[in-house]
Design a protein around this ligand. Structure first.
Ligand SMILES: C[S@@+](CC[C@H](N)C(=O)[O-])C[C@H]1O[C@@H](n2cnc3c(N)ncnc32)[C@H](O)[C@@H]1O
Length: 340
């Protein structure tokens, strides 16, 4: 789906799931004073700020905690392989949404180095051509059998060969971005379908998924509202790339982390709110918005450990391990035995 069509669907329906992945794209959009609003750049800035904050305050956040959990996963992963009597089999590593070279180096590379052999591959799937290009430049020469794939990680597509035993990973709480409407009910069906689709990427092996498990709504709201630019960057990209006629001003859209949940889940509905009336034509479609109208840009879900286990079992996966910092960062490990 082209960015123009994604933009039109967002304005038409108030929600388009594909907006979420477009936030990470590099583009020419700039703000009123000429600063780049490129998604890749803003994401990298938010990631560095979060890491610096964790170092300065000695506290844990998504970035710092996950780096520790990923290193522990790299230590434990050979044990899962031994326990499954697969030590003699080449194991490929497939990452959904690797992101920056920093995230790949700190989280994924230790796993790749611990698990892969000359006969196994490292497959990185991301929608962002910019991130993939950086990874190619940094690791293309040094990582044996590196495959970079620009595609939709949630599509349910197979990304491996028919008999390739694979350790699949999804870091950065990308799983929490799953497709679901804003709701006060826990999204069991949506989470189960998403896990099933991820597991379809390889015929057999393991799936490790990082999620936030702190269900404290004010903390989540403050966390996301600290970086509103990243959530709103798609509107600057529209201004730069899409044919728009009339009154379209990205600065009119304000960000709100609209939070809901219970003891099983927390949903952050990333929301853009019109701060005044606005009317414009995008390609051949006319839009009129009123002050206060809302657009649902993306989700960030956090889930309790029990929610994740139940959703995984419903998806046909076997929960085999849970790595946690006890403060809100969890890394679930599931085994996929059969082809589906
Ligand atoms: C939250 S970031 C996580 C990046 C990295 N794994 C980390 O731990 O920091 C999400 C990553 O997934 C990619 N992504 C998000 N949605 C996607 C989709 N539907 N298809 C492909 N890639 C997607 C983004 O481009 C980005 O690289």
């Amino acid at each position: 789906m082209k960015f123009t069509d994604i933009s039109i669907e967002l304005f038409r329906n108030g929600y388009c799931f594909k907006v979420g992945s477009e936030q990470y794209a590099d583009h020419e959009g700039v703000d009123a004073v000429g600063r780049s609003r490129s998604g890749m750049l803003l994401w990298r800035q938010a990631e560095s700020a979060r890491l610096a904050d964790a170092l300065r305050t000695g506290s844990a956040n998504m970035v710092s905690a996950e780096i520790k959990l990923a290193k522990e996963l790299a230590v434990r992963a050979p044990n899962y392989v031994r326990a499954a009597n697969l030590s003699a089999v080449p194991i490929s590593v497939l990452e959904f949404g690797p992101g920056t070279t920093m995230a790949f180096r700190e989280k994924t590379l230790p796993l790749v180095q611990g698990l892969t052999t000359p006969n196994s591959r490292c497959i990185l799937v991301d929608n962002s051509a910019a991130f993939l290009e950086e990874l190619r430049r940094e690791y293309g020469e040094n990582l044996h059998k590196l495959a970079l794939v620009q595609d939709d990680i949630f599509s349910g597509r197979r990304f491996t060969h028919a008999e390739e035993t694979t350790f699949m990973v999804m870091f950065g709480r990308t799983f929490g971005n799953l497709d679901a409407p804003a709701s006060f009910m826990p999204p069991y069906q949506d989470a189960t379908l998403t896990l099933r689709n991820l597991a379809k990427a390889a015929p057999s092996g393991w799936l490790a998924v990082s999620v936030g498990s702190n269900l404290d709504a004010p903390a989540a709201k403050a966390y996301y509202e600290a970086h509103p630019d990243f959530q709103l960057n798609v509107f600057y990209r529209m201004q730069a790339e899409v044919w728009i006629e009339g009154d379209f001003d990205p600065t009119v859209l304000h960000y709100e982390a609209d939070v809901r949940g219970n003891e099983e889940f927390l949903q952050v509905v990333h929301t853009a709110i019109f701060s005044r009336d606005m009317a414009f034509r995008m390609e051949d479609v006319s839009f009129k918005f009123k002050k206060g109208d809302r657009l649902h840009l993306k989700n960030s879900f956090c889930f309790s450990a029990n929610f994740m286990r139940e959703a995984a079992i419903c998806a046909g996966l076997e929960p085999i391990d849970l790595l946690t910092d006890g403060l809100g960062s969890d890394l679930h490990v599931f085994r996929k035995r059969t082809v589906f």
